[in-house]
Design a protein around this ligand. Structure first.
Ligand code: FMN
Length: 384
């Protein structure tokens, strides 16, 4: 399974194209729209979320509620596009809009304008914008349906916003009830207060998101080749999210300061199953899932666009100028969690198809069931 996206932030819409989804998988538009809605919620978002009401139009790959094995194409309207028709016109217009030339630190503006020889930073802004994550979330929702078919779930929780931290419990009800997606209500209130204070100061906040995948069978990925190691694939996918600046499995940056005897997860056998007394490996050893929950944490930098802009320069003249300011979020950590779920689900679904066969959903589910009986119970494994 692989996917690509297309679309600009203020163009007519976004496209997600997902190839290699097994045939016969039951998918309803609501499966996708639920996650699109979840991505739009959260304290700290800007005015854009009041304009958009994201929903995916499925234009290919699903008939009468089931995947056909053909590529799945999803279209998400940008409602805001009506306000940007002249700026985003595909054909030249009589009165071209003013070019954006004041570079924004923390954005792709300077690096991409130099790389592509662009004179209007608008050409960078539109595609670098995290509006694109709506297409990722739509694609990820399809991956989640496949994971659910084998009893696997991906879910995230906010672990930190600015300097307010909490310990994720992944309690779905409490997380979804929280406007910052944090199950600890006292910490959540402090997070909201921190966002309000940052907004009042014309400033922004980042944070940490924890993502957990449960019900993932041991054996996804491989220890045999660098590009097949699933930890590397997960890290790449999560790092590609806008503003993501660090990925760690479980508590890797703490574990780096400890002795091995405290860090590695002892192996035991209970009720004919291999079990671990802890999961500090985050469900991965040697680039292979080990049957424990996959637990990853992603650090996001504070949002780059500041209402009180940083000193910068003009792309055309090189003259000093404050950074361009555009409507923007103050903190996106609650939304970033939903995006991280999507990216983790897409990597795991891809690895699942790779191991168990990706043509027919029922065959894949049956193969996983057979495989699970090969693994358990350990004293009845054939030939053992
Ligand atoms: C869900 C989400 C929403 C975002 N919204 C904004 C925003 O409103 N304003 C902004 O300056 N950056 C926003 N960002 C981050 C930028 O898109 C990102 O920092 C920028 O494209 C530069 O890429 P980099 O930070 O990955 O290097 C958002 C990121 C995510 C994940």
């Amino acid at each position: 399974m692989r996917f690509l996206t297309a679309g600009e932030s203020h163009g007519p819409g976004l496209v997600a194209l997902i190839d290699g989804v097994p045939a016969g998988l039951a998918i309803a538009p609501a499966d996708i729209d639920i996650d699109l809605r979840r991505r739009q919620l959260g304290y700290g978002r800007g005015g854009r979320q009041k304009i958009e009401r994201d929903a995916a139009r499925i234009t290919s790959g699903i008939r009468h509620g089931r995947t056909t094995g053909a590529p799945i194409a999803l279209w998400i309207d940008n409602r805001d596009a009506v306000n940007w028709e002249r700026v985003m016109s595909v054909v030249p217009v009589a009165e071209p809009p003013d070019a954006v030339t004041r570079l924004r630190p923390g954005h792709a503006d300077l690096a991409a304008a130099l790389k592509y020889d662009l004179e209007d930073v608008r050409d960078v802004i539109e595609r670098a914008s995290a509006r694109e994550t709506a297409a990722r979330v739509a694609a990820g929702a399809v991956a989640k349906v496949l994971l659910r078919a084998i009893g696997a779930e991906v879910f995230s929780e906010t672990e930190a916003i600015g300097d307010v931290a909490s310990v994720p419990t992944f309690d779905r009800e409490r997380v979804e009830a929280s406007e910052v997606r944090c199950s600890d209500t006292a910490a959540a209130a402090r997070m909201v207060a921190a966002i309000t204070a940052a907004r009042e100061a014309g400033d922004t906040l980042g944070g940490i998101v924890a993502v957990r995948a449960g019900g993932i069978p041991a054996g996804l990925g491989s220890h045999t080749q660098w590009d097949r190691k699933i930890d590397g694939r997960i890290a790449q996918a999560l790092m590609s999210i806008q503003a993501a600046k660090g990925v760690m499995f479980a508590d890797a940056f703490d574990a780096a300061h400890e002795r091995g005897s405290r860090v590695h997860d002892p192996i035991a056998v209970k009720d004919t199953r291999f079990v671990r007394s802890r999961n500090r490996a985050g469900g991965l050893e040697g680039g292979v899932t080990n049957g424990e929950d996959v637990v990853v944490r992603v650090a996001f930098k504070p949002i780059s666009t500041l209402m009180d802009p940083l000193p910068s320069a003009d792309l055309k003249t090189g003259a000093p100028a404050p950074a361009h300011v555009e409507r923007s979020d103050v903190c996106v950590i609650p939304a970033a969690g939903v995006v991280a779920e999507a990216m983790l689900a897409l990597v795991l679904a891809d690895a699942l198809c790779e191991k168990f066969g990706g043509d027919v959903a029922a065959d894949l589910v049956a193969a996983v069931e057979r495989y699970r009986t090969r693994l358990h119970p350990i004293d009845q494994r054939p030939g053992k």
